[in-house]
Design a protein around this ligand. Structure first.
Ligand code: SF4
Ligand code: SF4
Length: 82
């Protein structure tokens, strides 16, 4: 069975660029940007461990499981498809 896939959603309007998330992420899925903000260049390396989500002091991270296309609809958790 294929490994589960996740998407890292960051609410930048809540984030204060403290750096906790990209310092604790064991897979370096979240890295630090030029201004100290969290950046996710490749969501596919996220293991869904939730360490970042649990440690973000501002609740700015939401890890969403992405279902493979064609099986089930994607779970929506604050996803906006305008
Ligand atoms: S831990 Fe939260 S507030 Fe701190 S940089 Fe990451 S997303 Fe932003
Ligand atoms: S859930 Fe775990 S692997 Fe994914 S971005 Fe957060 S800390 Fe990194």
């Amino acid at each position: 069975m294929a490994r589960k896939q996740y998407r890292v959603e960051i609410r930048y309007d809540w984030c204060k660029s403290c750096g906790i998330c990209f310092n604790v992420c064991p897979t370096k899925t979240i890295v630090g940007g030029e201004l100290g903000e969290p950046v996710v260049p490749d969501h596919s390396t996220c293991t869904g461990c939730l360490v970042c989500e649990n440690l973000c002091p501002d609740f700015a991270i939401n890890i969403v499981e992405v279902k493979p296309e064609g099986t089930e609809k994607q779970e929506k958790a604050g996803v906006e498809n305008a």
